[in-house]
Structure formats: C-alpha cells, structure tokens
Design a protein around this ligand. Sequence first.
Ligand SMILES: Cc1cc2nc3c(=O)[nH]c(=O)nc-3n(C[C@H](O)[C@H](O)[C@H](O)COP(=O)(O)OP(=O)(O)OC[C@H]3O[C@@H](n4cnc5c(N)ncnc54)[C@H](O)[C@@H]3O)c2cc1C
Length: 464
Amino acid sequence: MALQFDLVVIGSGPGGYVAAIRAAQLGLKVGVVERESLGGICLNWGCIPTKALLKTAQVYEYLQHAQDYGLTVKEAGFDFEAVIKRSRGVADGMSKGINFLFKKNKIETVMGTGKLLAPGKVEVTRADGTKETVEAKSIILATGTRARQLPNLPIDDKKIIGYRKAMTPDNLPKRMVVVGSGAIGVEFAYFYRTMGTEVTIVEYMPRIVPVEDEEVSRQMEKSYKKLGINILTSAEVTKVDTSGAGCNVFIKTAKGEQQIACDVVLSAVGVQTNLENIGLEELGIKTEKGRIVVDNFYQTNVPGIFAIGDIVPGPALAHVASAEGIICVEKITGHNPEPLNYQNIPGCTYAQPEIASVGFTEAEARAKGYDVRVGKFPFSASGKAAAAGVKDGFVKVIFDKKYGEWLGAHMIGANVTEMIAEVVVARKLETTGHEIIKSVHPHPTMSEAIMEATAAAYDEVIHL
Ligand SMILES: Cc1cc2nc3c(=O)[nH]c(=O)nc-3n(C[C@H](O)[C@H](O)[C@H](O)COP(=O)(O)OP(=O)(O)OC[C@H]3O[C@@H](n4cnc5c(N)ncnc54)[C@H](O)[C@@H]3O)c2cc1C
C-alpha cells in the first residue's frame, strides 16, 4: 500500500522544510522525502556550520587583538579538532530541531531518494535499496544544489576540495588557494586566514565579491589585504598539478602565467542544481539553464507538481527558498499570496567585515536611467563603531531623485548583516528617505549609519 498524503515535498532544506511546516499549519497531511539529513545544505553544510566557524575565527581574532581593548591574554591558541567539532555540533543541533518541528506539526519523514513516477506519485528508494511509493495530490520538488565542478578543478576532496571538506578538514592547511570570491569563497578565506593559513584568492572577474557595489568590493579588498590575504583578480586557474606533495596552481593573469604552490585548493565557483534522476525528463517538466521553469506561484508546466528553492530561477539563498515554499503552499491551499518581489531580496556575506546589500548597485541604477541621489556614511564617523573598535566600512544608499524611491543599499562593516533588514522593510513599505531621516534611531548603534547615509543623500547629514 502506498503512503498517502495531501502534499509530498522532496528535499528538506529551507525550501522544503518550511513549505512542509506551513502546509501542515494550513491543514494538509504532509510527507517529506529526504535522502541525507533534515535541514538540507543550509543547516548541515551551508549557512549554519559556516557561521559557527566564522564566529570561532572572529573570537580568535579578538583574542589576538585583546591589547587594543586594554586586555591581556597570555596566549591565544586553539584546538582545531574542537573548532570543527563545535561547528558540526551546531549543525546537528539545528537538524534535530527540524525533526522536532516535523513531529510537532505531524509531518512524516520518509528517508530515501525520491523520484517522480507520475503526477501524484513518488517512488522512494531507501538506503538499503528497498522501494516504496508515496502518493499525494500535490508534490513540491526542493532538491537544492551541490558544489559546481570546473573541468580544470576536479574536486577530489583531498587536494582540491569543495565546501563540505572545507568545513570538515583533517587539519589546518599551511597554504590554501581559494578559487572564486563570492560569499562562500570570501567566508572560507577569512576563516582560514584568521586561523593562520596563508590564503590566496583567485577571482576571474576584475574585483572580489563581484556582484556587490564597486565601492564595497574596493573596501573588502583593502580589509582582506590588511588581514594578509593575497588577492589575484582578472585571473583564471588553468590547471592544478596535484602530482607532488602539495598542489601547484597555474594561473593566467593579465601579466602572464603565474604558479602558486599550496597544500590545498578550495573550489568555490558556485553551485549546480540537483535535477538528475528525479523524473523530470520522464514527466516532461520544463527546465531552462539548469533550473526548473515555474510560474509566480512555483507551479511547473505539469499540474500538481511544484518546484522551489535553489532549483528554480532567482538567487540561491536560504531565505529565498523559504519564502518561495510559503507562497507555494499558500497558493496550493487556496489562499491568495502575493508573488515574491525578487528586487527586494537581501544578500549577505558573513566574513569580517560583513557585507549586506539589497536592490540596485549605483552602477545598475545609473545604467537603468535613474537620476540618483547617493549618500554614504563611513563607520569611522560612528560613535558605536569607535567604541567597539570596528571603524572599517560604510553604509551607502541610493535613492531615485524624481520620486524618492529607495533603489538600493550597500553596507560593509561589523553587524551590517543584521542592519540590512531595516532597508528591506522600508523598501517593502515604499518608504522614502525623508521617513528614514525622521525615524529616530537609537544611539549609539551601527544602525544610525543608515539614517546618516540617507541624510547625506539629502544633504542633511549631521556627523560628517
Ligand atoms: C557553504 C555554503 C554557505 C551558505 N551560506 C548561506 C548563507 O549564509 N545564507 C543563505 O541565505 N544561503 C547560504 N547558502 C545557500 C543555501 O544553503 C541554499 O540557498 C539553501 O540551502 C537552498 O535551500 P533548498 O531548500 O533549495 O535546498 P537544499 O538546502 O540544498 O536542500 C535540498 C535537500 O534535498 C535533498 N535531496 C536532493 N535530492 C533528493 C532526492 N532525489 N530525494 C530526496 N532528497 C533529496 C538533499 O539531500 C537536501 O537535503 C550557503 C550555501 C553553501 C554551500
């Protein structure tokens, strides 16, 4: 007898598990098929364990600069195994939390690999090879992604590693080359450099964190050079020779070919969707550029089959996957959800300094023909930043001169990943700069910099 549900979700990442819980709240009988661990990449191999490692690095950096705060620390040191163990413990705890939430919401977990057999029918293959069929009126695909592999950079998990091994290394490497300077690359670069590894970042584009505003990239490069990270931009890894004791990395740059010797290469060149062997071709589900094609409410071209998260177009971020999951099940249950506004999605990088942004960069806004008002407030002028000893970085805001629309905000510095939510809410409420300037921000806080940057855009800044 097949297991019967109203909704089956394949994949329990932040897309799948959030969709499942919301559906259960709305009265559906829900089953979730998962082949690995509850919580997906985010909780087990992404957002959460990396932030645990980054916190360790930050605390270690503070200890090394204790004298800046008038403190004496005899010798700051670490037990690397314990550092990794802490990160794994945090991830495991979060994954167990999903198990608890599923029980609370009467959601059934079916452990195994799911494959669509027909609309309304999923085959699940368990680890021991046995199979069972699960039936439901609606099916949501939320199978997520894995590390992208480049032909010149085949991941062997020994000398050329991906993010999973970078989170669970056997020991701390002496020298590491990080290929790619998106969020994942720069976060690991900060972690390893702070723990003592010699780190070189190789970035194909002309600047690191290339999707961010140009001024943010420049500040990040300055901060990373101060940390002792070697940066090569407009540079391409053509080959990695792993035949010797370590690795020899061949890099093509504008100045010619260069070779860097290191112990390990981290490939951080993006992610690739898990779309293979889930029955897409058999059912004729449309894909485009490696993602499943869906409408505004995540319905695929096959009625009753939906897709959310990293496998559909849009930024591959946990909060996006969760928002899509909620909209999808609200629509399935006959509610009237608002489609997601992909222009108002915050993006964050959790290295030190942190980066947070939402909306257009200054260059994008100008290219779209907006007459812009730009305001910038450096943390060097912030009382809280001075007191906390974190004066690097700034808040930059971009408004449309004609109607006052808040087009974008870009921040780099301590705590900015917490601050960006203010901008997201303000933009959602179609707030103008005037209302931000007149909203009293608490003093002393880093968030005052948002009010001050906005005031700078309108020539009303006080503390500059
Ligand atoms: C190192 C790293 C750091 C990151 N940090 C952040 C961050 O700080 N903030 C942020 O917003 N995002 C971050 N991300 C991205 C974030 O993890 C993803 O956007 C998010 O996990 C996507 O959620 P999802 O539900 O689409 O899929 P996933 O989280 O990838 O989950 C998919 C699940 O489906 C399961 N699965 C796949 N195929 C099958 C099948 N056939 N049958 C059964 N189960 C299956 C997988 O085992 C997995 O558990 C990070 C990613 C990485 C790699």
